[in-house]
Structures are given as C-alpha cells and as structure tokens.
Design a protein around this ligand. Structure first.
Ligand code: AMP
Length: 445
C-alpha cells in the first residue's frame, strides 16, 4: 500500500515524503479514504500509530480542493483535544503536511488554548480560520466573546476522545457540539473507548466507518512491560540505579500529584540525575520549556502527572516509569503509549508496593495482561501484602514480613501492617475516579 493510492494529491504526497514516511500505517490506510469521501469515522487506534496524520492529511486535502474560505469569523474544521501540548503538536503536523500547497490553497490554522493571553487569539480569529485546533475551555471563552462562530464547521475531530468525554470536560464538549451544524462530518480518535464514551459516540456519529487497529498484532507497539516490587521509600533510589544501569537516556516518570513531580525531580537531581517537573498547573511557558528541555536532552528525566500521558509525541523515548500507579486501566494504556511509538521499541516499568499490589492486579485484569513480578537485588521489598482478614482465628493468608518475623523471634509485637489499597467503586466500572488519599506508610526502623 502506498500513500499515492489513498487519493491524496501531489503537494501532500511531496510533504509526506519530505517527512520521511514511505508507507501509510494501518490506521492511515483505513481512515484516509473514508475521511476523503466525507464519511464519519470512529477509530480506536493506539497512540504512536500515526493517527494524527490519518485525520489531518485528508482534512487538508478536502479543504484545499474546496478552495478559499468565505469571509467572516467562520471555522471550517475544528479539532478538539484535551491538552495544550497536543494542540501545538497537531498544528505542527498540519503545517508540515501543508508546506507545498499553493499560495491560494494555503490554509490558515490557529491554535486556541488556555494558559496564554486570549487577546492575540481573538485578533487572529478575526478573519476566521480554515482549521482551529482547540482545548474546550478556551474555545468556549472565545465563543462567549463572540470572537468565533462554529456555524460553518464542516468537519469536527475529537482526538483523545475518551479524555474529552471524561470528568471535567464532558459539559464543555457538549456545549461546543451543540453549536455545530447538525450536518457535518465527525471523526473520533482514541486509544481506549470505555462504555460511557461508546454510548456518547454512538449518538454523535452517523453510519461511521469503524476502525480498530489496536487489536491486530501488527498494530501493537513494541513495548516491554515490567512490574518491579519495591517498597515506597526505596523507589527514587531504585529509579536512579535503573537509569544508570541501563543507561536510559530519556525517561518519562509518572507520579500521582503535582507536588510529587517537583519532589521526585528534586530527589533525582540530588542523586545526580538531571530531572524536571511537568504538571498542569505550571505556567504555559514553564510547560513548554520543560518539554523542550526534555526533547532536546537537556534533562534526562521528566517527572510528570497524567497531563503528559495523552497524545504527547516524544521521539525516541525508550522508557516510561510508573513511579506511582495510574488511577485507571485506560490511564495505564495512555501512559505506556508514550514509548514504543512509530515502530520504535520501548520499556514501561511499573513500581509495585505492598499497598498498590491489588490495584495493579485490577489494571492487569482490565487490560487483559499479566506481567511477571520482578525484584531487583538490593531493593527487595520488606513490606508484604495483607489480604482481607478472615472472620475468626487470626488473619487468613497473611504473609509475615521479614521484619515481623525478626521481631516475633525477638519476642516483640509486630510492626504496623500495610492496609491493602482499595480502589473506589467507580474504578470497577472502568471509569476515571479521583485518587483517594493513600493510607500512611509504616516507618522503617
Ligand atoms: P501519532 O500516533 O499521530 O502521535 O504519530 C506518532 C508518530 O508517527 C509521529 O511522530 C508521526 O510523525 C509518525 N508517523 C506518522 N505517520 C507515519 C508513517 N506513515 N510512517 C512513519 N512515521 C509516521
């Protein structure tokens, strides 16, 4: 299969070849002809599968063929995304693929995201735009300021659609969709589709072409998944040792809170590893700088919250580490999808403690994976898992820790036990849920 057989015109084919792509990926082969003929598309494709080009290329082609846009504050194609970085990334790809379009067909593309001043965006939207790549909140602000009209949108893309429909975003997305013409093309792209999203998607799409690439073996990225048992207090030191031992050049480390991003980055720096923090409440300038430093190898480790888990494309990222486990099985998929992109291989390491073991088992069950537990010499965990108590006669199935055995032998009372980590009920249905506070850790003696 070649790009030229998919129905794209010469300026786009030249740009594709300039990007170094020789053959379309499976999602591109399936989606490009469907989008070109105006069909709705529902694509469940792994990140790294080339899904951005799968919708961007045919959108550019259709807009270029249709000729210049009319006057007024109208938008012809709207791409909604959950994060600012993803918006910039997509706009970058639109620019790269459109470089050889003739002057007349030159497409005006605008990025509309929060965290930066709204005025330049209002000004830029003055004459309308061919393509707007937006995060929902800022787009609504601009609509409320009458800076833009969505009444002429011919194509809507929801990228990372499950996140767009999840907590916090769904109302905003619904408000935006209500402002679009009923007669339009809608394209939904995401790596995962939880049940609630499937229902919404079914209501939004008209006879969609269904594309499911992730389930075919050749569409799966090459990611080695590892699960290492380690006590909570030993994780930073273990991380440092793994980085040095394996000579990992670039590592994306996920933690649960924005506080932890700064804390873990600081601890790594003290251990001699260049590290930066990345989370949603940094200023946009600081976010852009941290990502640029990481991509340019000025820092070796980026310690991030889940804001970095969606759609961000970092070339040659060999390793992702779940320092704290993700909240949901879908988040696990998104996080590890940052590595093993575009045909490269990658490693995804998850740190498992006594407290989070049960939670990781649920992630494995939901994602239909089973990862062998490892222990690393010198970092063997001392804390052990305590399953639910039996009705009578002590604690059924309790495995005593080395420390407790020693204390028992010395005639002392056992140390505090570690409570099993119990995910909130919503987790059972596969939905996102707020991370409950972790129980206090027993102190090491
Ligand atoms: P995405 O899944 O859209 O985030 O794309 C992941 C990476 O694959 C990006 O760096 C793209 O530039 C790259 N890519 C997209 N299409 C192709 C292709 N046909 N051949 C090689 N690389 C590609």
């Amino acid at each position: 299969m070649s790009f030229s057989s998919l129905g794209l015109s010469e300026p786009l084919l030249r740009a594709i070849s300039g990007c170094g792509y020789t053959t379309p990926t499976p999602v591109q082969t399936a989606a490009i002809p469907a989008v070109l003929r105006g069909a709705d598309v529902w694509a469940s494709a792994q990140t790294g599968s080339g899904k951005t080009a799968a919708f961007v290329l045919p959108i550019i082609e259709r807009l270029a063929v249709a000729g210049p846009r009319g006057r007024g504050r109208f938008v012809r194609a709207l791409i909604l995304v959950p994060t600012r970085e993803l918006a910039s990334q997509i706009a970058g790809e639109i620019h790269d693929y459109g470089v050889h379009l003739s002057q007349d067909a030159g497409l005006k593309t605008l990025v509309v995201v929060g965290g930066v001043s709204i005025n330049p965006q209002m000004m830029a939207l003055g004459g309308g735009a061919d393509i707007v790549v937006a995060t929902p909140g800022r787009l609504l602000d601009l609509i409320d300021h009458n800076a833009v009209s969505l009444s002429s949108v011919a194509t809507l893309v929801l990228d990372e659609a499950d996140r767009l429909f999840a907590l916090g975003f769904s109302d905003e997305v619904a408000r935006i969709i209500a402002l679009l013409p009923a007669h339009r093309q809608t394209l939904l792209f995401s790596a995962t589709f939880p049940a609630a999203v499937r229902t919404l998607a079914e209501n939004l799409l008209r006879n969609p072409v269904r594309i499911a690439i992730a389930s075919t073996p050749e569409g799966k990225p090459d990611i080695l998944q590892r699960a290492i048992e380690v006590d909570v207090v030993q994780r930073t030191q273990l991380l440092r040792n793994l980085i040095v031992l394996h000579e990992w050049t670039r590592v994306l480390v996920f933690v649960a809170t924005k506080y932890a991003t700064a804390h873990v980055a600081e601890k790594l720096r003290r251990l001699g590893i260049e590290a930066a923090a990345f989370h949603g409440e940094l200023s946009q300038g600081a976010r852009t700088q941290a990502l640029a430093d990481f991509k340019a190898s000025r820092v070796r480790v980026l310690v991030a919250t889940d804001v970095a888990s969606r759609g961000i494309d970092i070339e040659q990222l060999p390793v992702v580490v779940n320092y704290d486990l993700p909240r949901s099985p879908a988040d696990y998929t998104h996080r590890i999808g940052r590595t093993g992109r575009a045909g490269e291989s990658g490693v995804a390491v998850s740190f498992i403690s006594a407290e989070t073991d049960a939670h990781f088992r649920l992630i494995e069950k939901r994602n239909r994976i089973q990862i062998e537990r490892e222990q690393i010499a010198g970092f063997e965990p001392l804390e052990t898992i305590v399953p639910a108590p039996a009705p009578t006669g002590g604690i059924k199935g309790k495995r005593k820790s080395k420390k407790d055995k020693l204390r028992e032998a010395a005639g002392l009372a056992p140390t505090a036990t570690v409570k099993p980590f119990t995910p909130a009920p919503a987790f059972e249905s596969g939905e996102l849920f707020p991370f409950s506070r972790r129980p206090p850790q027993p102190r090491r003696s």
